[in-house]
Design a protein around this ligand. Structure first.
Ligand SMILES: Cc1ncc(COP(=O)(O)O)c(C=O)c1O
Length: 529
């Protein structure tokens, strides 16, 4: 109200008003937190009227914040209710959004209405709607109403939860949430968990911990002298984040050894044992093996038990990347996938993919927290607190110092759904995927290209009489046409050189009708090519 009324008046009037003998108290309250308020307010304002005027003009007061927040919450509910009607994949051209944004920061603050209008008219067009039930691409980053509400609180609290003291509730809730997840997923009870931003960061933590444990923390201390040719092993189907971590951790990309896979795209453990043996004979130093539960291309799962036998025999670190499929461990019937996990050293899965918790939230579990902490520990004077010996300070359990309050959304989701509610949703998704797989198998001009252990279906259109090269071209064209309709969004991979369409059924509010429509559109479009 105050801001609006001053916007209408000249700067001169503003100066007069504020330098009068009885300045309006609310103006002072605006200025005070920004350190613009000094003993002689006129000293400050007269030489710098524009600066002060601009700042006051742009800011919401608490009454306006409340009003705008209500408007936004209504919009959020409308959006989520209607998200299936938006073009699933954004249909903008490259640079289209960029060119609509001014070159420079505005000199004068703009009012909220203008920003809000631009969000709706410019930004929204450039959004791919990840929460649409017609989104079948990549792996989902699904969400839920409960999780969004928790994120609103997290943003409002604005806590930076780097150490216990900077928000004890964040640290203690995180510890408890990791314990809930550990038990609910059947992970070893003596392991410890910590929330990371992404699986990529967690894997980097694992590789750095493996490196430091092996070198007795000497690489942290002195660098790599005496520790060249440290070797990391993962299957050819491993996620690209492993290579990235290998590069960041300083091992060198050439020391990541890709192991061939079996027919079902799981790692060939005989080839793994052989590669390690050969490296030892060549004087190289095997360090770590990365297993995948739920590969990105086809949700293949490596044999942890056999891999653990090999890592135990050679005294190597075993890290398990279950970024997507880890959520399925909430279902006891899928725990066979992680049989042997107690022999591993670290494990990551992303509640932000399939557990109805907003991006980002990655759960990282380790057998030996001391190694993790010693790898990252750094304690400058300004971070020491009296509570240090009694609490977890998660700043030392990962890479960044600053940490968001991510445990809150896990708490909201796990309490609202309960274990049974989560299990019900997951089983529904798997069932829907298995039903669609059966339909595809029964359709003579389509082909399934990989096993479907969970809810990702890998398939292609296969009209008769086409060469492999032609089939690749046809399926690429099909994907582009489907995505250009905006009606659904799929992504692709290549399996055994075959261009493969990937369709994942993991959206929170998806129904049978969305899958039926998608399958109909896929068949129609394919046959129109
Ligand atoms: C198997 C696997 N590992 C790691 C990742 C990377 O996940 P994040 O984006 O959390 O780093 C993905 C992403 O889809 C994945 O599928």
């Amino acid at each position: 109200m105050l801001v609006k009324s001053y916007q209408k008046h000249s700067i001169k009037f503003f100066q007069q008003k504020i330098t009068s003998s009885k300045p309006d108290r609310s103006i002072l309250l605006y200025l005070y937190p920004r350190k613009l308020f000094c003993k002689q307010i006129s000293d400050l304002l007269l030489p710098r009227p524009f600066l002060v005027y601009t700042r006051v003009q742009a800011m919401l007061n608490i009454t306006e914040f409340r009003k705008k927040a209500h408007i936004l919450v209504d919009w959020m509910a409308d959006y989520l209710e209607n998200v299936e009607h938006y073009p699933t994949k954004s249909q903008v051209q490259p640079r289209e959004i960029y060119e609509q944004i001014p070159e420079h920061i505005p000199q004068n603050g703009e009012n909220f209405e203008a920003i809000w209008q631009d969000f709706q008219e410019i930004i929204l067009k450039g959004i791919t709607h990840w929460q649409s039930p017609n989104f079948f691409a990549y792996f989902p980053a699904n969400s839920s109403y409960e999780s969004v509400l928790a994120e609103m609180l997290t943003a409002t609290l604005g806590s930076q939860c780097m150490i216990w003291e900077t928000s004890p509730a964040a640290t203690e809730l995180e510890e408890k949430m990791m314990n809930w997840l550990k038990t609910a997923c059947g992970l070893p009870e003596n392991w410890q968990g910590v929330i990371q931003d992404t699986a990529s960061s967690a894997t980097l933590c694992a590789l750095l911990s493996a490196r430091e444990k092996m070198s007795h923390f000497q690489i942290n201390q002195k660098g790599f002298e005496g520790y060249t040719n440290l070797r990391i092993y993962a299957s050819e189907q491993t996620h690209s984040s492993i290579e990235k971590s290998v590069k960041i951790a300083g091992f060198g990309k050439e020391n990541l050894v890709y192991i061939p896979t079996n027919e079902d795209f799981s790692i060939n453990t005989n080839a793994l044992a052989k590669a390690i043996e050969q490296d030892l004979q060549a004087g190289k130093k095997p360090l770590c093996v990365v297993a995948t539960i739920g590969t990105t291309s086809s949700t293949a799962f490596d044999n942890i038990e056999k891999m653990a036998e090999i890592t135990q025999k050679n005294n190597l670190w075993l890290h398990i990347d279950a970024a997507y499929a880890g959520t399925a461990m909430l279902l006891p019937e899928y725990r066979y996938m992680i049989k042997g996990i107690e022999q591993a050293d670290s494990y990551v899965f992303n509640p932000h993919k399939w557990m109805f918790v907003n991006f980002d939230c990655s759960a990282y579990f380790v057998k030996d927290k001391e190694t993790l902490i010693r790898t990252f520990e750094i304690l400058p004077e300004y971070l020491k607190t009296q509570a240090d010996s009694q609490v977890n300070n998660y700043r030392d359990w990962g890479i960044p110092l600053g940490r968001r309050f991510r445990a809150l959304k896990l708490w909201f989701v796990m309490r609202s759904y309960g274990l049974r509610g989560l299990q019900k949703k997951l089983r529904e998704h798997i069932q829907l995927a298995q039903d669609l797989r059966r339909k595809i198998l029964q359709t003579s001009d389509f082909e399934i290209l990989a096993p479907t252990p969970l809810n990702l279906i890998c398939f292609r259109y296969k009209p008769e009489g086409k060469s492999e090269e032609q089939l690749n071209q046809i399926n690429e064209k099909l994907l582009n046409m489907l995505n250009a309709t905006g009606k659904i969004y799929l992504s692709h991979t290549k399996l055994n050189g075959k261009y493969t369409l990937r369709l994942v059924i993991g959206q929170t509010y998806l129904l049978q009708k969305h899958i039926d429509k998608a399958w109909e559109l896929i068949q129609e479009t394919a046959r129109s090519l």
